[in-house]
Ligand binder design. Structure first.
Ligand code: NAD
Length: 441
């Protein structure tokens, strides 16, 4: 590759990547940043992880991993090899070769993008910007963030020109926490620079560490590809959640329907209904796309409709629980309800945007007495009220008038649990046992 390259900064950068001389900074050590930092360190790069949360940095440096995909042993191995350390100190950013930004991109209450974390990470880099450096944004964001906002911030007052003196790209992270088949290294990495040199630099760096790279023509294409992926999921989950409600009215088992449709070897991909969508990505990302589209006068209808259906699922779950209690001559008010799982998906320790929080909120608002079991999540705050997980024992199973399965953690042993329960509403088709006590979504 290097024989076709005339830009001296790029040539030098590629040599430094290939020789593992390049020093890499990962900004934001969460579900995305920490696994990426560990991959770079494994590949023999000297990696600095920068985070603003001091307690998190201290605990990482002691070898305690805060994320499910990185074991303490894996973290300790890269720390003791000397290839990785975490820091809160911004002066450590001096003299680095590459910066990869993996900070949160939440929504404001108005469902507008909150890119204040991306802006602050860029501000951190600015005083240390030098010719030959590569900056990559991995945080999910709206099209144009990299080539409008970040580019302008970095060039301003620096005397440096993007794609000529320094390199700037967007590369979405597609990691799926808890997925044991696909992780940071073997998920194809989409990369789009703000110009050709930037794409080449980012492709070259990631190629040293990750299995497969897919280069696209611009940062905007890469930004939009990520939003398409997650909008695709949100819309299809919305569709199947609506089909689940329709099937209930027609007295048809939606799970059997989806499984039958999924036997088609082409043209169908199964999505499953549930109590709503959660996590840091699927409920939020489509709004980034919708917001940007609206600025250009385009109103995306699928995103709004899927959001409407998915956001209503927690209320729908509560109405179905009320119906079940009604059938056994009980009211929601005063009933004992045991929630199984508050994480937003199975076998992970993340309750951000979890539909369980809303289900519990609506249940308690209507006077139900709610407890929850979840070995991954010790406590959750719902509208200023702190709920702590209770032990999963015979006493709590006997206490419950109804159990509500919101997350299908694999440590729920239904063969043991079910005999001790009166009634269970299963929103995940988790139980898979023939029993009149179980009612499915
Ligand atoms: N979690 C996922 O499954 C996933 C998957 C793909 C993409 N993403 C995207 O990746 C990005 C990061 O998500 P995450 O789940 O890793 O978030 P996270 O909350 O787990 O971690 C983010 C980290 O960034 C730190 N931080 C915040 N501002 C900072 C700053 N200015 N400088 C340094 N550190 C800062 C926080 O303290 C935190 O430790 C988001 O845009 C998200 O949408 C997440």
């Amino acid at each position: 590759m290097s024989q076709h390259i005339t830009n001296k900064f790029l040539k030098n950068a590629l040599t430094r990547y290939a020789n593992r001389e390049a020093r890499v900074v990962i900004i934001g050590l969460g579900y995305v940043g920490l696994p990426l930092a560990v991959e770079f360190a494994h590949a023999g790069f000297s990696v600095l992880g920068l985070d603003v949360a001091k307690a998190r940095v201290d605990s990482i440096n002691l070898g305690h991993s805060p994320v499910v995909d990185i074991s303490d042993a894996a973290l300790r191995a890269v720390i003791s090899s000397g290839y990785f350390r975490a820091s809160v100190d911004l002066t450590d950013l001096a003299g680095m070769d590459a910066f990869v930004i993996c900070v949160p991109t939440p929504l404001r209450k108005t469902k507008e993008p909150d890119i204040s974390f991306v802006i602050s990470a860029t501000e951190f880099i600015r005083p240390h910007l030098k010719a030959g450096q590569l900056i990559v944004l991995e945080s999910t964001t709206y099209p144009g963030t990299t080539d409008e906002l970040i580019l302008g911030m970095l060039e301003a007052g620096s005397g440096l020109k993007a794609d000529r003196d320094f390199f700037l790209a967007f590369s979405p992270e597609r990691v799926d926490p808890g997925n044991s088949t696909f992780s940071t290294r073997n998920i194809t990495k989409v990369v789009g620079g703000i110009g050709e040199n930037s794409t080449k630099a980012a492709v070259a760096l990631y190629s040293q560490v990750l299995d497969k790279i897919h280069a696209v023509s611009s940062a905007r294409v890469a930004e939009t590809a990520k939003l398409l992926e997650n909008t695709f999921r949100a819309v299809n989950i919305g569709l199947v959640n609506e089909i689940a409600q329709l099937c209930h009215e027609l007295n048809i088992d939606v799970w059997e329907v989806v499984n039958a449709a999924a036997t088609k070897p082409f043209g169908f991909m199964p999505f499953y209904p549930g109590p709503g969508i959660g996590g840091h990505c699927i409920p939020l990302d489509p709004h980034y796309l919708a917001w940007r589209a609206r600025l250009s006068g385009f109103e995306p209808r699928f995103i709004a409709l899927a959001d409407q259906v998915n956001s209503n699922m927690p209320r729908y779950v509560v109405s179905r629980v009320a119906d079940l209690l009604n059938d056994v001559e009980k009211s929601l008010k005063g009933s004992h309800i045991l929630v199984f799982g508050v994480a937003y998906k199975a076998n992970i320790d993340d309750s951000r945007e979890s539909p369980a929080l809303e289900v519990i909120h609506f249940l308690t608002e209507r006077g139900a007495i709610v407890r929850y079991v979840d070995s991954y999540i010790a406590s959750v705050k719902i509208n200023e009220e702190l709920f702590s997980a209770v032990p999963l024992d015979d006493a709590v199973l006997a206490w419950a008038d109804v159990g509500v399965v919101l997350t299908s953690h694999s440590d729920f042993d239904w063969i043991k649990i079910l005999p001790a329960m009166k009634l269970v509403f299963d929103t995940r088709n988790a139980i898979k046992l023939e029993s009149t006590k179980v009612v499915k979504l």
